[in-house]
Design a protein around this ligand. Structure first.
Ligand SMILES: *Cc1c(COP(=O)(O)O)cnc(C)c1O
Length: 398
């Protein structure tokens, strides 16, 4: 990975992006997080680590993923639209970029067991995959409701040898699975590494995950230059659950204000309906899963249950980098409803022969809202493929 000079958008030595981030963790978690914080930068910088990481991204994940000029979509939208095809990664989404990186870190820390949380099941599958590859035990916590609605991915994890544990507290979705995975880690500090699946959690996770996902924008710069003669698009668009595919897509453009960074968040039935996961539209600053960020909460600070048709975006917060991008105005956030995402998913399928993940469909649905001009060059991060969502899509087939 190319490293960047420190900027107002890179993490501070104490783990902050502006006023967001840090490590707000129970004392019992401190030794684990501190061990990781002390070691992650040196481990990642080691040339042997870099060699193995890149080898696996190339030969196992299938990188670089293509940057595809979507001609019919471009014509429909009225601007030049490129799709960064993370849907073509092994296991079907960008998540594996991070799990490859983290399992290599875990090995170097001498860990024997991996614990993870998952929402859509994509992170669970990506984690179970690398655990099989590296012969580490794998325990995945998943909300009981998500287990129901993402059955193919649950079967995949089991096929790969992982133990899937249902989280039955709260809304029985991603945030509850995250709580239970953290609890497991607290109880097994010595031999377990917790692979967080997005740019969330206590420092150093958001920074570490963003570095692993930054391969996305590193490739885009090169690929866009080869196709257009410039490395910078006018807009970089990505969906934000916790924000890891967006962080990866934005990473090498953070300090170039001429590239407008657009984040699509899940509005569910609509921002004002009480069934939404539009964090920046509805949230306020607070602490969630170990970092200070923006989250959906009641007046007295209770986390509000999020809702989205897309399990990967059904999260009440966003990573601290994104809270900073929102707060500083560097990022532009669009709430996208279930209906808008479904329509964009059908549209891409029929215009380009690519069935996007419902999460990625939220990013596509932002395009008509952006007031694009004919000479604009736009890159959309197509974070994953829609196979896992087919049973949802077919219910709404136009
Ligand atoms: C998990 C997931 C997301 C949301 O996670 P981020 O950390 O926000 O990227 C988006 N798209 C797909 C396909 C996913 O699997």
């Amino acid at each position: 990975m190319e490293t960047l000079a420190p900027s107002s958008f890179s993490v501070s030595s104490t783990g902050f992006y502006g006023g967001f981030g840090g490590a707000f963790i129970p004392e019992m978690l401190y030794p684990n997080v501190e061990e990781l914080r002390r070691n992650y930068l040196a481990i990642i910088a080691d040339p042997a680590f870099q060699d193995e990481f890149w080898q696996l991204l190339t030969d196992y994940v299938g990188r670089p993923t293509p940057l595809f000029l979507a001609r019919r979509l471009s014509e429909y939208i009225g601007a030049t639209i490129y799709l960064k095809r993370e849907d073509l990664c092994h296991t079907g989404a960008h998540k594996v970029n991070n799990t490859i990186g983290q399992i290599l870190v875990a090995q170097r820390l001498g860990k024997k067991r991996i614990v993870a949380e998952t929402g859509a099941g994509q992170h669970g599958v990506a984690t179970a995959t690398v655990c099989a590859l590296m012969n580490l035990e794998c325990i995945v916590y998943m909300g009981a409701i998500d287990i129901e609605r993402q059955k193919p991915n649950v079967d995949r994890m089991r096929m790969l040898g992982a133990t899937v544990v249902p989280a039955r507290s709260g809304s029985q979705t991603l945030k509850d699975a995250t709580n239970e995975a953290m609890r497991h880690w607290i109880n097994n500090p010595e031999d377990t590494h917790y692979i967080i699946g997005s740019v969330v959690g206590p420092h150093p996770y958001p920074d570490m995950v963003a570095r692993f996902q930054s391969v996305i924008s590193e490739e885009i710069r090169r690929q866009l230059f080869a196709k257009t003669g410039r490395e910078t698009p006018d807009y970089m668009v990505a969906c934000v659950g916790g924000g890891s595919n967006a962080a990866g897509a934005f990473y090498h453009y953070l300090d170039e204000p001429e590239v407008r960074l657009v984040a699509a968040e899940a509005a569910g039935h609509g921002v004002t309906t009480g069934h939404s996961a539009a964090t920046t539209a509805l949230g306020k600053p607070g602490v969630l899963h170990g970092s200070r960020t923006i989250l959906m909460q009641t007046e007295d600070g209770q986390v509000i249950e999020p809702y989205s048709i897309s399990a990967g975006l059904d999260y009440p917060g966003i990573g601290p980098l994104h809270a900073h991008l929102f707060n500083s105005g560097r990022g532009e956030f669009y709430p996208i409803t279930d209906g808008e995402a479904l329509a964009a998913g059908f549209q891409l399928s029929r215009l380009e022969g690519i069935i996007p993940a419902l999460e990625s469909a939220h990013a596509l649905a932002a395009l008509p809202k952006m007031n694009l001009q004919p000479n604009n060059v736009v890159v959309v991060c197509l974070s994953g493929r829609g196979d896992k969502d087919l049973s949802t899509y077919v219910k709404y087939l136009p």
